[in-house]
Design a protein around this ligand. Structure first.
Ligand SMILES: Cc1cc2nc3c(=O)[nH]c(=O)nc-3n(C[C@H](O)[C@H](O)[C@H](O)COP(=O)(O)OP(=O)(O)OC[C@H]3O[C@@H](n4cnc5c(N)ncnc54)[C@H](O)[C@@H]3O)c2cc1C
Length: 377
């Protein structure tokens, strides 16, 4: 198992993100949940390099390693999980597709803008194709030197503000990935969903109606889009696990703080052993999540396959975030059920981490699938 010791550079990244969030995010987190993300805040994050932190320096990014990026996402998720969702989906899905599958010309054209904060959405899910991604119906039909895209994409993070759309369609040889620009004629974004949590992040349908994209906008090979999607989602799951860890840590800290100050029966409720046993269980699950995430991050950094490790990390961290956020409400009693405290928002925000970028059931399919068939059969 990987050591949990961070390098000085990784620690510095975490501390800088924490400082930024303390100044710019925590004080307005309830407002962000109610009103959405102000464009000035996203622009400021772009200026400071957060929206390009994982992108190589030669393209204008910060070139940070996966551990440092996970630390940053965790800090943002502690402060506001919707904001962390915007950052993680942009970096670990949209930009990552370009980094892994873009040609040198495509990278040169798109990555500098992405690194500077031009938000990139990842359009895979459709109304009738979620977990079963192979059943996507969006089509890309070749015509001379371009493709014509038609189809509906559902639940697309940050589509309201995205400049670029990484999109998966069925082409002549099977699923294929393209990059489309917001300005393309026929590309339109529908109204945001009214969601339970991560309300500061907007999730919208995206419609492609006879959208013309140059053949040169294909990312990866014709017919190999499924491989593109799955390999990029491995990175996405590291981001979700880091975000879930942030929510869990925040909920834990708030539970400790509240119970140390709340007095019943003449004592702080944190002094009851029943409360301390709950802290013990929460702490073990959070630390186990962190170990699993670090193990997956190390494999990614070493250039090894990490699909199963990413699935384990996402599964454990997301289920832990939900459980800890739930216990945090319980420890706050009736006050936890009101909007006077963060507890209810953390609980709502934690819930999505078990659904997006592959549900908990999908993660169990990946992890358990490895044991489904006898060797040699
Ligand atoms: C807020 C939000 C943001 C999102 N952002 C994006 C984005 O940016 N880009 C994008 O492409 N998508 C995005 N998604 C989509 C998300 O990844 C899907 O919702 C998710 O993968 C599940 O797909 P589905 O909703 O169609 O559920 P379904 O696939 O219909 O699943 C419904 C239930 O059935 C279970 N199930 C399905 N198949 C099986 C099986 N074989 N065995 C056991 N159980 C099964 C699932 O686990 C789930 O519990 C987002 C979704 C939300 C809510």
């Amino acid at each position: 198992m990987t050591s949990l010791k961070l390098t000085d550079e990784q620690l510095e990244c975490r501390n800088m993100a924490r400082e930024f969030c303390q100044k710019r995010v925590y004080p307005v987190t309830r407002k962000l949940d109610e009103e959405g993300l102000p464009s000035e805040l996203v622009a400021e994050m772009g200026k400071l390099g957060y929206l390009g932190c994982s992108i190589a320096t030669e393209y204008g990014g910060m070139g940070l390693d996966p551990f440092a990026v996970a630390c940053i996402i965790e800090e943002f998720a502690r402060a506001n999980a919707g904001l962390a969702t915007l950052m993680a989906a942009h970096l670990s899905l949209g930009c990552k597709t370009m980094e892994l599958y873009g040609s040198p010309e495509q990278k040169k054209k798109y990555l500098p803008e992405m690194a500077a904060g031009a938000i990139t959405s990842f359009c895979l899910t459709e109304p009738n194709a979620g977990t079963d991604v192979l059943s996507i119906q969006a089509k890309a039909v070749p015509e001379e030197d371009h493709y014509i895209l038609n189809g509906e994409k559902q639940f697309i993070t940050s589509a309201d503000v995205a400049k670029f759309f990484v999109v998966f369609c069925k082409a002549e040889k099977g699923p294929t990935c393209f990059i489309a620009e917001r300005s393309a004629e026929g590309l339109s974004v529908g109204a945001p969903e009214k969601k339970l949590g991560i309300r500061s992040s907007k999730t919208c349908p995206v419609h492609f109606q006879d959208v013309k994209v140059p053949a040169g906008n294909m990312l990866g090979e014709l017919g190999k889009g499924f491989r593109v999607a799955l390999s990029v989602l491995d990175y996405g799951r590291l981001g979700v696990a880091a975000g879930a860890l942030g929510i869990a840590e925040q909920a834990f800290d708030e539970a400790v703080d509240y119970t140390q100050n709340r007095v019943q029966f003449g004592k702080s409720i944190s002094s009851f052993q029943a409360t301390q046993f709950k802290f013990a269980d929460m702490r073990v699950d959070i630390d186990a999540s962190r170990y699993l995430l670090h193990h997956a991050l190390q494999k990614a950094m070493d250039g090894e396959r990490f699909s199963i490790e990413a699935a384990k990390a996402k599964l454990k961290a997301s289920e832990t975030a939900s459980a800890v956020a739930d216990e945090n409400i319980q420890m706050h009693g009736g006050y936890g059920y009101t909007q006077d405290y963060n507890a209810e928002r953390l609980w709502r925000d934690a819930r999505i981490t078990r659904i997006y970028e592959g549900t908990s059931e999908a993660m169990r399919m990946i992890i358990g699938g490895a044991f489904g068939a006898k060797k040699g059969k």
